[in-house]
Design a protein around this ligand. Structure first.
Ligand SMILES: [Zn+2]
Length: 355
């Protein structure tokens, strides 16, 4: 069975690892039954980011392998302090769409990860530079704790955001932003940002605006699980701690309301730093818990995310990047934890060797 839909079909793969348009004589059978899903997508992942900054290139390769073995064959990297371009030429690793470096302000993000701008007015120029270094995405830090305020607060003035997002679009790149709270969202969404990461502070008004504009949301629910721990550690900032707890409590409900309003929602684990790689199945289960249908939650990490990112699914002539499950994952999403077969460009990943 080929998902999405109910197509009982045979899939043939060419010598070059592409989906064929018909039967191929003398072909080897890799699987004779199962549910075929276009290669999973982690729409918010960080390859090359460790707990204390950039990893080595070898560690970044291990992270990408862990994602791959879990069925994630397309990664939208949401910012990395390591230049992971060398991974992109390797046939044994997932396809990576990079957002180059995060853009933040001093003391307003995890130290050592982002390009930090002393003057926020430099944002449009920096966004243009990052657009040149990335693969069509630029990542901003939209809000973070402001220790002077004692709570989450926006990093950028609204007029600078308008200019910066225009500059990115002119350079052919889309823009996304890390946002936990509510205040930063108005400026970002109204400036025409393409996607919001986390988005735990979304209000109904903002959800309606995002749905109208087609702004995507990647809620990273398995990262939101860390909010109570962040709150517990923030003993010197009680307002911030209370805010993080409240955002945690309403996170599933925010996703439910966004889905109901028609906001496009995609699966991202936020792996890297404190979150392990290879956890896409858990994020899909979390999206289901938050109110997506099982099929939509799976699509948010496969065919729908591929469409959004402009990467084709399993049509003739395209890469045979796919996962086969022995049971229907839409009936029981826990099947996603144990892929029967993962093919990267037509090759079983357990048979791939590093160059
Ligand atoms: Zn992230």
């Amino acid at each position: 069975m080929l998902l999405p839909g109910e197509r009982d079909t045979e899939l043939w793969i060419t010598e070059d690892g592409l989906v064929a348009d018909g039967p191929i004589g003398g072909a080897e059978t890799l699987a004779d039954r199962g549910w075929i899903v276009p290669g999973l997508v982690d729409a918010h992942c960080h390859v090359g980011l460790g707990t204390t900054g950039a990893t080595t290139l070898a560690q970044a390769v291990e992270q990408a392998e862990t994602d791959r073995d879990a069925g994630t064959l397309l990664i939208r990297d949401c910012g990395s302090p390591l230049d992971t371009r060398p991974l992109q030429s390797r046939a044994d690793l997932p396809v990576i769409i990079r957002a180059a470096r995060h853009v933040a302000r001093p003391k307003r993000y995890v130290p050592g990860l982002a390009v930090e701008l002393d003057d926020p007015a430099l944002l449009p120029d920096e966004v243009t530079a990052q657009a040149e270094n990335g693969d069509g995405w630029v990542k901003l830090v939209g809000d973070w704790i402001d220790r002077g305020v004692g709570d989450l607060a926006p990093l950028w003035p609204d007029d600078v955001l308008v200019e910066a997002i225009e500059a990115a679009h002119a350079a052919g790149a889309k823009v996304t932003a890390h946002v936990f709270g509510t205040d930063a969202l108005y400026g970002l969404v109204r400036a025409g940002i393409d996607c919001i990461e986390h988005g735990t502070g979304l209000t109904d008004e903002l959800i309606v605006e995002m749905a109208g504009r087609g702004t995507a949301l990647v809620p990273t629910l398995i990262n939101v699980e860390n909010f109570p721990g962040i709150a517990a550690a923030a003993t010197r900032y009680p307002a911030y701690a209370a805010h993080m707890r409240q955002l945690y409590d309403s996170a599933d409900d925010v996703v439910r309301r966004a889905v109901q309003a028609g906001v496009p929602v995609y699966a991202g684990t936020d792996a890297g730093g404190g979150i392990g790689h290879g956890r896409i199945a858990e994020e899909i289960v979390a999206l289901r818990r938050a109110g997506m249908s099982a099929s939509a939650a799976l699509g948010a990490a496969s065919w729908a995310a591929r469409d959004w990112l402009g990467r084709p699914g399993l049509t003739p002539g395209e890469r045979a990047d796919l996962v086969v499950y022995p049971t229907d994952p839409r009936t029981d999403l826990t099947a996603l934890r144990e892929p029967g077969l993962v093919l990267l460009r037509g090759r079983p990943v357990d048979q791939l060797s590093a160059p």
